[in-house]
Design a protein around this ligand. Structure first.
Ligand code: R2B
Ligand code: URA
Length: 299
């Protein structure tokens, strides 16, 4: 259970720290710059997160406590480090995380430390706005993750620390998830709540037949996809939700995951959607998350 009390127990943290992948020093006045953050939004692509930052800047009515560039647009604070982008729009922090759990884990460790150094200790929530392959859903449907599962179909995030397997339980915020579902209904955007698999790769790890390698049959693939759909309530597959939900829960941060299904994996493997569809589905997830954040900030 996430109790919304932010806590970091690492005794090694301090003003000497440097958030290398964002180019931010812990000795900068982080409470002054970031101390009012209430929401953190993240997604894989830098360009998508920039578009979301620009949209939030408009939606929230050009909040004063934003960090802007020379053109009065949200400034990419992470640009100098050259790895991830980072924007601050009012009380909303927005960063890109790249593809997969290792990339997300690096960025998220530094963002969680940023929140800690900035003294954002109460009720900060993190939302991933991603993309995914759907299971048994119409392409374009926005899936709000209920229970994240790893590739072994366990609700945990696993990684190796000093030669030992570490396993951290995953959980998403009930309250945030339900709010997002309500907002999607209000906006009449096709959406569903369902369980999600976070795979460790895109091809074999997601039972695709079209990677460089494949040693199973179409029947094997379909049997697995149908089983996880029917027995585990899996409605989409992506590559980050276990890492995000486990590390957030470990730090006491509520989180949610909102992803359109780019295709129905029960019907195929190839993502061949048009740029118009990408834009529409991306905008739908932006609208849901943006509206939910606006409502929460104004409540
Ligand atoms: C969804 O899409 C990306 C792979 O194409 C990955 O980041 C994910 O979770
Ligand atoms: N992202 C994934 O990880 N899988 C898909 O099938 C589509 C997008």
């Amino acid at each position: 259970m996430v109790d919304n009390v932010f806590r970091l127990k690492n005794p090694n943290l301090g003003p000497h720290d440097y958030l290398y992948h964002f180019g931010i020093s812990a000795s900068d006045d982080l409470p002054a710059k970031f101390g009012d953050v209430k929401f953190v939004c993240t997604g894989g692509k830098s360009s998508r997160m920039k578009a979301f930052a620009v949209e939030m800047y408009e939606k929230l009515g050009h909040p004063k406590n934003s960090i802007l560039d020379d053109n009065n647009k949200p400034k990419d604070i992470g640009e100098s480090a050259g790895r991830y982008s980072l924007f601050k729009v009012g009380k909303v922090l927005i960063f890109s995380h790249g593809i997969g759990q290792p990339s997300l884990s690096v960025a998220l460790n530094e963002i969680i430390k940023l929140l800690h150094y900035a003294k954002c200790t109460t009720d900060v929530k993190i939302i991933r706005i991603g993309s995914s392959g759907g299971l048994g859903v119409e392409p374009g449907t926005i899936i709000i993750t209920d229970k994240p599962h790893n590739g072994m179909l366990k609700q945990e995030y696993n990684y190796v620390v000093m030669g030992k397997d570490l396993s951290i339980p995953c959980s998403t915020s009930d309250d945030l998830r339900n709010r997002l579902v309500e907002v999607a209904k209000k906006l009449e955007i096709p959406s569903t709540m369902g369980n999600t698999i976070s795979a460790e790769g895109f091809f074999e790890e997601q039972s695709r037949l079209d990677g460089a390698f494949c040693e199973y049959t179409n029947d094997d693939k379909m049997a697995f996809l149908r089983r996880v759909h029917d027995e585990y309530g899996i409605r989409n597959i992506e590559m980050e939700c276990t890492c995000l939900s486990a590390l957030c829960a470990r730090a006491g941060l509520g989180c949610a995951i909102v992803c359109p299904a780019l295709l129905n994996r029960l019907l195929g493997d190839i993502v061949d959607i048009t740029p118009e569809q990408v834009t529409l589905w991306q905008n739908n997830s932006f609208r849901i998350v943006g509206e939910c954040i606006k409502e929460c900030l104004e409540a």
